[in-house]
Design a protein around this ligand. Structure first.
Ligand code: ZN
Ligand code: ZN
Length: 341
């Protein structure tokens, strides 16, 4: 069977989860070992070949899902001629090396996240220890910070070896059109979206999701003001005429502006809640209160801490809180009360 776009309109065969993309190609749900269940990767036609956006997390279920996709579509992996990895998170980049070996295709990333691949997942990376130090300075108990680092080290093992990655310095052509590369930092410094104006189509990766909310976090060696940058990225997207937005988790979005409003509201609510909680408090205390309704595992704690730091940095830049560092380097936050007049 020769694969042409449009043969499969919507299909869930066994473990397979894929739907047709308007204009040709497929939205393929690859399982991830996280609550969001799938990362959606996009296999899109380019003349007689294909390009791929994102690859999946490196574990058995995801590799098996790809093998089944190739079988089901009678697609020889060699027909994939380029792999675009939208950012360095392991659910997007984890299978890039595996996919590169299977297809022989070049892997493209934005230069900032290309550097993060090496810094966070490369051989000899000390990122987990840096995160541990960051967590402890923000009040995380040592037993938990050790578990966080251990969990991170295990994840890093799934990422190696890294693929050979090229800097994305061109506007890709697929689906018969040329796509703009939009740098949209916030969720990660070097995350990009691919946009095509005449059809109003955008591939958003993790920038805007529905119904879940993208994680905005501070990590060692990355931007220390990601929430400001995230809001700027959302405003950049708001200005574009968009008919359909394909996301990496959850549902495609048809009403992008409304979803942007909801996401901004979510963060504003969280900022207010965190500001109220800042009373000579550590990030760990604030995060414990915010996430008290959930039992978090070390992986989720890592994100809860890093996300809380991101919000506290935002509040501080806006003059709403200030931080105090004691002589041991421990950091607490308090509200910036208006001086009495
Ligand atoms: Zn991500
Ligand atoms: Zn993701």
């Amino acid at each position: 069977m020769r694969l042409t776009s449009g043969q499969i309109n919507s299909q869930e065969a066994g473990k397979l989860n894929f739907t047709k993309v308007e204009g040709g190609g497929y939205r393929i749900g690859i399982p991830v070992p996280f609550p969001m269940q799938y990362v959606y990767c996009y296999l899109l036609p380019k003349e007689d070949a294909f390009v791929l956006i994102d690859t999946g997390y490196n574990y058995r279920k995801a590799r098996e899902a790809w093998e089944e996709v190739f079988r089901e579509l009678s697609l020889s992996p060699g027909r994939i001629e380029a792999i675009f990895v939208t950012h360095f998170h392991p659910d997007h980049s984890g299978l890039a090396d595996w996919m590169q070996n299977k297809t022989g295709a070049p892997v493209y990333m934005h230069t900032l996240d290309l550097q993060m691949m090496e810094q966070v997942w490369g051989e000899g990376s000390i990122q987990s220890q840096r995160i541990r130090v960051m967590a402890e300075r923000h009040g995380v108990p040592e037993t938990l910070s050790k578990e966080i680092a251990l969990h991170m080290d295990k994840m890093a093992e799934t990422m190696r070896p890294l693929p050979s990655i090229q800097k994305l310095d061109h506007e890709p052509v697929f689906m018969g059109r040329q796509w703009k590369v939009l740098l949209t930092p916030g969720h990660s410094d070097g995350m990009f979206c691919l946009y095509e104006e005449s059809t109003g189509t955008i591939f958003l990766s993790d920038l805007i999701l529905d119904p879940i909310t993208p994680n905005i976090s501070v990590w060692p060696g990355t931007s220390q003001r990601p929430l400001h940058e995230y809001f700027e990225s959302l405003e950049k997207i708001r200005e574009l005429p968009i008919n359909i937005a394909y996301t990496a988790h959850g549902n495609p979005i048809y009403h992008v502006k409304e979803r942007i409003d909801e996401l901004i509201k979510h963060h504003e609510k969280r900022l207010s809640a965190m500001e109220t909680l800042a009373d000579h408090s550590t990030v760990y205390q604030i995060a414990s209160a915010i996430f008290s309704h959930r039992k978090l595992n070390p992986h989720q704690w890592r994100f809860a801490i890093a996300e809380t730091i991101a919000h506290m940095h935002y509040l501080e830049e806006e003059g709403r809180v200030k931080h105090i560092t004691d002589k041991h380097g421990a950091i607490t936050y308090q509200q910036n009360h208006q001086p009495a007049t």
